[in-house]
Design a protein around this ligand. Sequence first.
Ligand SMILES: *Cc1c(COP(=O)(O)O)cnc(C)c1O
Length: 369
Amino acid sequence: MNVPFLNLPYQYSALREEILSAIDRLSQQGFFTLGAEVEAFEREFAKFSGLPYAVAVNSGTSALHLALLAARVGPGDEVITTSNTFGATVEAILYTGARPVFADIDPHTANLDPAKAAAAVTGRTRAILPVHLYGRPAAMDEFARLARERNITLVEDACQAHGARHHGKPVGDFSLASAFSFYPTKNLGAYGEGGAVVTADAEVAELIRSLRNHGQRGRYVYDRLGYNYRMEAFQAAILRIKLRWIEQWTEHRRQIGELYRERLANARLEMPADDPESRPVYHAFAIYVDRRDEVRQKLKAKGIQTAVYYSTPLHFQKAFAHFGSGQGSLPATERACSRVLCLPISPELTFEQAEYVADHLVEIVGRNA
Ligand SMILES: *Cc1c(COP(=O)(O)O)cnc(C)c1O
């Protein structure tokens, strides 16, 4: 059997007519950036996210940058975050002129550990930026308490967590502003780049609307230094079509996740614990195994594609290492990165394929005695 990690062309085949006609309609109207299509997507994505405002931008990285600017993060400030994430989390902090401060993850969840974050707070800490890694919500109510007690702003990296919930609230609702990505492989993916900032604060939404469009208030009135972070109308149209499917796709991901959990329960590997009061959306299904690369090769020999997010933590990367404290400074992160393996879990994956993956994996790693 052949099990691809993702199959975006297959997803397109079901949506092709609708997507082609939306692109044709916009081309005939001559609307290519921002405008009515982007505004309609913003309303629909805000509703889906359970927050009053969504501001669409050109990438998740831009969304993070603007969310941090809205939190008044700037030079001289520190922002506490995880090293077990995509580089954009830390790039966005550096774009503001602030300094990233790495705190370790909770080994049971792979997300930023609130106790480790609390220990990293200094007089310069302006914000904490937890990441909902693999679509599994970070311990946001604990971060919210910490932020209140220490007078720190929260910003969420929800780039992998469309539709995730934590303790009765949607992700994004715990902080001043949250960033989502619509990179093609994300749970909600554009046909190119895209992102959004979601917020409950009307002033923050207004500020971000201005920042993404050259700092303008109205046309050719520049109130502040801004950016060209506008979303393209084609991407908004494609995202609107896909948004109608995301709940169904997410349910499928969750069922595959359950199947993996059941079939792998006794296998000689670790799976991060899910909080029973959270709704993870399984952007990825991560397991942790010894001799990860060998296991990966053996799965590949059976036709099973896997991925490794992320094999090298950010505090070991040349671009960011000088903000960290080197080998051994974040032991849970370092252990997770050396052992993580992500199994296929896309909406296109069949249950038969998932069973095939799980059964071969058990055969390769063995069962606990
Ligand atoms: C994808 C991603 C980003 C960046 O999003 P882009 O749209 O690729 O710029 C940031 N953080 C995390 C955790 C991501 O997965």
